[in-house]
Design a protein. Structure first.
Length: 173
């Protein structure tokens, strides 16, 4: 439940209007209440509010949580799917299989990609951009895992494709 805003008001920061229905008492279905106590949850992801209905004098609890926008990933064939961090993790795990890379390092890459995605994109992200982000992180972490990931991501057809991808890495000291 977000705060009661009626009539609609314009948010000065984002220049959009917010419509919220008043909070109704679960006992008498009247929308007249007051907040008597507010506190954050233990993990900081919600606010717990104790309310007192001014009509029936009963108390009830509401929780206010943020709602993350559903980011869509546009695949190569223009199909859109919801962003799923587990898909990124599984791709990274396959690329890092039997390499000296810990689960914590993989999780750190997933978190870094997720933060970049939500900070930089509002509604949609291209799957190629996600793949490029993962490749950049793997290139810095482990060259073998990078080549494994690149071979799937870039759909290598033969050995020449591998050699072309490895040339810049071989030139570096």
């Amino acid at each position: 439940m977000t705060g009661v805003v009626w009539p609609p008001v314009e948010c000065p920061k984002y220049r959009w209007k917010r419509l919220c229905q008043p909070m109704k008492c679960p006992f008498c279905d009247v929308d007249r209440d007051k907040v008597i106590d507010s506190r954050g949850s233990e993990d900081g992801s919600a606010i717990r509010r104790r309310r007192l209905c001014l009509s029936c004098d009963r108390r009830f609890t509401t929780y206010e949580r943020y709602e993350r926008t559903m980011l869509q990933v546009v695949k190569k064939n223009n199909v859109r799917q919801p962003f799923d961090r587990d898909k990124i993790r599984s791709g990274l795990e396959r690329a890092c299989w039997k390499r000296p890379i810990s689960a914590d390092q993989i999780e750190a890459i997933v978190v870094a990609i997720e933060i970049d995605v939500y900070d930089s994109f509002d509604a949609e992200i291209d799957s190629r951009t996600l793949g490029k982000m993962a490749m950049d992180h793997l290139r810095a972490l482990d060259q073998v895992a990078f080549v494994r990931f690149a071979s799937v991501y870039r759909e290598f057809k033969d050995v020449r494709d591998f050699v072309q991808e490895l040339q810049p890495m071989l030139r570096q000291p």
